[in-house]
Write a protein that binds this ligand. Structure first.
Ligand code: PGA
Length: 267
């Protein structure tokens, strides 16, 4: 069965509540009325989650989901400034981005912390969007797969052994985001990316045999390059940062990406 292509908008630390609400209204107005199966997920900052969640509930876009950008691994306690999975779930989040490279590199999150976050998210009923990716230095040293393999195996271990269990992995997403491609305008070649995604899928299915997650690509996705990524067999969707900040541009990416995936499947 082919997987529903997914388009995730990661707004990072952008948009106040009123800006987020305006975006959502524009997004709803511009929503393409076609029959192609797709899922669109918005990941606003914490402060705008409640308002976007409310708007989503009353909107006509049933295929749109809400995601947080980060979460703490404990469910409550003396952790000033942190937010738990239970809080996000209650707010209407279905997904949570875990292990984004900005969390790993700017805030020092280790593979072990990411493992704990995945366990906590699963326990509370959230679906992880797990980000993995190599730095330019690692890539140049020929270590791309070794790095991805380490990030995956540590991240997934806790889910297998932990209280929450992994659930069915086909509900999860794994985003391959080379660190050097994020916000730089540079991207890996689409066919090379698809091959990495194939390896990610077979790594997961060999180890866990619990359904296949969708594997998304992230890093400088734009209206210009979306079609070339989405036509690849193992690219199930994209995680978009900068180009998702305007509703028009994100809608265009969804439209071009959905058409490209559809065309590649009926060929
Ligand atoms: P970008 O960010 O699209 O701006 O490169 C992607 C991401 O960080 O998820």
């Amino acid at each position: 069965m082919s997987k529903t292509p997914c388009f995730v908008a990661n707004w990072k630390m952008n948009k106040t509540i009123s800006e987020a609400e305006r975006y959502f209204r524009d997004f709803e107005k511009g929503w393409l009325r076609h029959n192609l199966p797709i899922e669109a997920v918005l990941a606003p900052p914490f402060t705008a989650l409640a308002s976007v969640s409310r708007l989503m509930k009353h909107a006509s876009l049933e295929i749109t989901g809400l995601s947080a950008q980060n979460v703490h691994f404990e469910s409550s306690g003396a952790f000033t400034g942190e937010i738990s999975s239970e809080m996000l779930f209650e707010m209407g989040c279905r997904y949570v981005i875990i292990g984004h490279s900005e969390r790993r590199h700017l805030f020092g999150e280790s593979d072990e912390v990411i493992q704990q976050k995945i366990g906590a998210a699963r326990k509370a009923g959230l679906l992880p969007i797990l980000c993995i990716g190599e730095t330019l230095k690692e890539r140049r040293a020929g270590k791309t797969w070794a790095v991805l393999e380490r990030q995956l195996s540590v991240a997934l271990e806790n889910g297998r052994l932990g209280d929450g269990g992994m659930g069915n992995l086909s509900d999860w997403m794994i985003a391959y985001e080379p660190v050097w491609a994020i916000g730089t305008g540079e991207t890996p070649l689409p066919d090379e990316t698809s091959e990495i995604h194939r390896k990610v899928q077979s790594f997961v299915s060999d180890r866990l045999q619990k359904g296949l997650p969708r594997v998304l690509y992230g890093g400088s996705v734009s209206e210009k390059n979306i079609a070339s990524f989405m036509k690849q067999a193992f690219i199930d969707g994209v995680l978009v940062g900068g180009a998702s900040l305007s509703a028009d541009s994100f809608l265009k990416i969804i439209e071009l990406g959905a058409m490209s995936k559809h065309a590649s499947r009926v060929k």
